[in-house]
Design a protein around this ligand. Structure first.
Ligand SMILES: Cc1cc2nc3c(=O)[nH]c(=O)nc-3n(C[C@H](O)[C@H](O)[C@H](O)COP(=O)(O)O)c2cc1C
Ligand code: SF4
Ligand code: SF4
Length: 295
């Protein structure tokens, strides 16, 4: 039986601070590498054309209603929040449906742990009508990382992007070999942090929860009104509309998901987010973790 022909690649992501987007694009570049007479990929256009086929869920308030064909290879990437796929990403992915085509599921995490996030994304993709043929967890700069409390600062770096592209090429080879079998994402194992770091972090979390029970504190991004030029950038990049244009010094605590896109995107440094997690994460998870992949 002749191999199936794939005629398009779609890159789907939710990515407030851009790391999921960067890795998804690098994997897509790997899959879309020059055809070399492939009988399996009949992709139109160049890499730039492929980039234009991205479905960016970061700023959509409603789930997009998109149905992708069985001939489309889909790369789905989203960040890990609290060991799970960011809930807003899950909600927005609900509108993306497959028709039995292959999907590559990728979780981006901030060098602590991805826990069950990749499994969750693979299960979600399967429910949405995709066949998850490959899975990966990559490290991105932690949303809470600051110069004083760096956590995976600057990642994904050139090495991560090269790994992502190489992973994309492996996905392509898998599909070219006629293998579009689903993976078991539970087989993708996290690289363990040193036990002492993990124990120290667990102790920090327990203490934090205890304190929150007794004296609850709402941690929210702050805005220094002296520094704010009301350029509106934070309101434009907030994925959930928690900042109103012309009233940028305020943040809606009910809407804010603490993604830190506004903090990282403010050109004057007016926005900051102070959370005790930043110090605890920086202290305990400074050892570099490498990406893990499963085909
Ligand atoms: C609310 C929240 C919870 C997070 N939880 C985790 C976590 O459990 N483990 C981890 O390693 N990183 C965690 N992170 C860090 C993000 O997963 C990481 O920075 C990711 O690269 C962000 O993706 P983006 O750039 O596509 O927004 C968390 C970030 C936020 C904002
Ligand atoms: S991005 Fe910064 S300077 Fe611009 S409106 Fe927001 S807080 Fe103010
Ligand atoms: S206001 Fe909250 S949700 Fe919006 S960009 Fe800032 S941290 Fe993210």
């Amino acid at each position: 039986m002749p191999n199936k022909i794939y005629d398009s690649i779609r890159t789907v992501y939710f990515s407030p601070t851009g790391t999921s987007k960067q890795i998804a694009e690098a994997i897509t570049r790997g899959i879309a590498a020059p055809a070399n007479g492939s009988t399996v990929f009949a992709l139109p256009g160049s890499a730039s054309r492929l980039a234009a086929q991205a479905i960016d869920l970061t700023h959509r308030s409603e789930p997009a209603a998109v149905e992708l064909s069985a001939e489309t290879v889909t790369v789905i990437a989203a960040p890990v929040y609290g060991g799970r796929i960011a809930p807003v990403a899950v909600k927005r992915l609900a509108g993306i449906r497959g028709s039995g085509g292959p999907a590559v599921v990728v979780a981006l995490y901030g060098n602590r742990a991805f826990e069950h996030a990749v499994e969750e994304l693979a299960a979600l993709a399967a429910r949405q009508g995709f066949v998850p043929v490959a899975a990966a967890a990559f490290v991105g700069e932690h949303s809470y990382s600051t110069p004083a409390t760096p956590i995976a600062a600057g990642r994904p770096d050139a090495q991560d992007l090269a790994s992502a592209e190489a992973f994309g090429q492996e996905v392509r080879q898998k599909l070219e070999s006629g293998d579009a079998a689903p993976i078991d994402a539970s087989q993708l194992k996290d690289r363990r942090a040193p036990s002492l770091s993990t124990l120290r972090f667990i102790r920090f979390v327990l203490k934090y929860r205890h304190q929150q029970k007794r004296h609850p504190v709402i941690y929210l991004p702050e805005c220094d009104a002296e520094r704010c030029t009301h350029c509106g950038r934070c309101a434009a990049i907030c994925p959930v509309g928690a900042i109103l244009r012309s009233d940028e010094t305020r943040t809606d605590p009910a809407l804010c998901i603490r993604c830190c896109a506004c903090v990282k995107g403010c050109p004057t440094g007016a926005r900051t987010f102070h959370t005790p997690f930043a110090e605890a994460l920086s202290r305990n998870f400074f050892r570099r973790k490498e990406p893990v992949t499963l085909l």
